[in-house]
Design a binder for this molecule. Structure first.
Ligand code: ATP
Ligand code: MN
Length: 146
């Protein structure tokens, strides 16, 4: 398996932080490019753009700014030119799977859980949805890399 494009969907939870750390070491080994993707639900997108003076371009810039900070914190050795930051609107699992297929991702690295992180549930609904919707290998992470 050749890993040239790694997709890291983030909800900015500690699990996404971990996914970025692991994607970063894979990136180095395979000389891959990394796309960090955040999916806003239509309701979130509507709420954010409803604020006066906050057009969609601003919302994207703000989220990309948060993404850059997350990347710098968790993947400081990741070359900036190997990273793409993407923001889309829709159902998170559906959009993650679609993005991966349409952009030729070879591997998706994501957390077992996310912001909700309900204890006792094996996998969050976004992770389950992505695994269901795509044939692209999904690496699910929950513990820090040693
Ligand atoms: P649930 O959302 O089902 O209540 P949860 O929040 O604990 O449970 P998930 O939402 O499935 O778990 O999150 C698992 C992983 O999915 C996260 O670590 C992250 O990698 C990814 N993820 C979740 N939501 C998004 C999103 N909106 N955009 C991009 N990636 C996401
Ligand atoms: Mn979630």
């Amino acid at each position: 398996m050749n890993i040239k494009h790694i997709l890291v969907p983030t909800d900015f939870s500690p699990f996404s932080d971990l996914a970025l750390q692991i994607a970063s070491s894979l990136q180095e080994k395979f000389n891959a490019r990394v796309t960090v993707l955040h999916v806003l639900t239509p309701l979130e997108a509507e709420t954010l753009t409803a604020q006066p003076g906050n057009p969609w371009e601003n919302v994207v810039l703000q989220i990309q700014n948060t993404m850059i900070k997350e990347v710098e914190k968790n993947a400081p050795s990741l070359p900036r030119e190997s990273v793409n930051l993407e923001v889309v609107v829709g159902d998170p699992a559906e959009e993650i799977a679609r993005f991966a297929e349409e952009n030729g991702a070879d591997l998706i690295v994501m957390g077992t859980h996310g912001r909700t992180g309900l204890a006792g549930i094996l996998l969050g609904s976004v992770t389950v949805g992505v695994i269901r919707k795509t044939c692209i290998p999904v690496m699910v992470v929950k513990c820090p890399e040693n």
